[in-house]
Write a protein that binds this ligand. Structure first.
Ligand code: 5MM
Length: 326
């Protein structure tokens, strides 16, 4: 497991989250008037993964179940293809959200049969797993009981993953929707992470072989406030130091609806300010890495080259930010 963790966050490298579930890829393609089908999804992911040069910047790619069974145009499965390029393939194993206690919040499901699924994923060459919990901030949410249940499931996922030899990426995503302040986001982030690490400890999860995938501490989108990168860095690092144990192998940020430019600049500042933070810090972006390439591709073969150039360009910038070199 440690070999996988080291590879994922090797110097200058981070993760590409390409694990959009069916619902999410339908939404992303729909915004560009494209209709998602398994074949169009396959072509899109082939465009991304075949981009020349990405192995310099990507330690791993998170895949969705549909993708791990698909092959590229040369008949090679995507996990094999990525492995051949020195990029570690991983898999999203949660099964989306379900209502929690009828109160309006939604917890993540997917623990049932997880161990059996992991055995099959292991045979397909996958080395790490991801589970996303989504946490909304409103005047009344998140409730304590919701956080307890959701973090408990996240910790169970991590335990079962490690028992099967996978490095777990635990993702409690604090959603950007809403008009809350950065202070409220900090309060909820710290509370969420503290509960998560209590639960991980109770499950005896090895933190040295675990990644925390998290949101940056930001004001809600509806607040209209766009903080300067140095403010994002200061409050995010303060919150992390308050709640995340030093043994955790690495922290990777999601982009969460920030623009590619914002997600790049904020990461750069976090790295520049991280001082003696004990963890490796890197990226695990979906939208911020893919947005420009997807819009250039538009499902057309003749656009593949231009889309790949944009993808590589953004990845190069995000990798520089991961080193605090912008
Ligand atoms: C790619 O999206 C991932 C899966 O989400 P769904 O279950 O909603 O399809 C998601 O977990 C993603 O890895 C993170 O949210 C990071 O993506 P962004 O776009 O926030 O960087």
């Amino acid at each position: 497991m440690n070999d996988t963790a080291q590879k994922l966050l090797a110097p200058g490298k981070g993760l590409l989250a390409a694990d959009e579930s069916t619902h999410t890829i339908v939404k992303r393609f729909g915004a560009l008037s494209l209709t998602s089908t398994p074949e169009l999804n396959r072509k899109y992911r082939e465009m991304l993964f075949a981009t020349p040069g990405i192995e310099q910047f990507l330690g791993g790619v998170i895949l969705f179940d549909e993708t791990v069974h698909q092959k590229n145009d040369d008949g090679i499965t995507f996990p094999e293809y990525l492995t051949g390029r020195g990029i570690v393939p991983g898999i999203k194993v949660d099964e989306g959200l379900e209502p929690f206690n009828g109160g309006g919040e939604q917890v993540t499901k997917g623990l049932e049969g997880l161990s059996d699924r992991l055995k099959k994923y292991s045979e397909l060459g996958l080395k790490f797993t991801k589970w996303r919990a989504a946490i909304s901030i409103t005047d009344i949410f998140p409730t304590d009981s919701f956080l307890q249940e959701n973090m408990e499931r996240l910790a169970r996922f991590a335990k079962i993953s490690q028992e099967n030899g996978f490095v777990p990426v635990t993702e409690p995503e604090i959603l950007l929707d809403g008009n809350h302040t950065s202070t409220r986001c900090e309060e909820i982030s710290v509370k969420t992470w503290k509960i998560l690490f209590e639960k991980l400890k109770a499950e005896n999860v090895d933190l040295t072989n675990l990644l925390l995938k998290t949101s940056m501490v930001l004001p809600g989108k509806g607040s209209g406030v766009i903080p300067a990168p140095f403010e994002v860095a200061q409050v995010t690092l303060r919150a992390l130091k308050n709640a995340v144990p030093a043994e955790v192998f690495g922290i990777v940020f999601l982009s969460g609806g920030q623009s590619p430019e914002e997600a790049t600049a904020n990461l750069n500042e976090i790295i520049k300010d991280k001082g003696d933070s004990p963890w490796q810090i890197s990226f695990s972006y979906a939208r911020a890495l893919q947005e420009e390439a997807m819009a250039a591709w538009l499902g057309k073969d003749e656009n593949v080259k231009a889309a790949q150039e944009l993808f590589l360009k953004r990845l190069t910038l995000v990798s520089k930010a991961r080193n605090g070199q912008l």
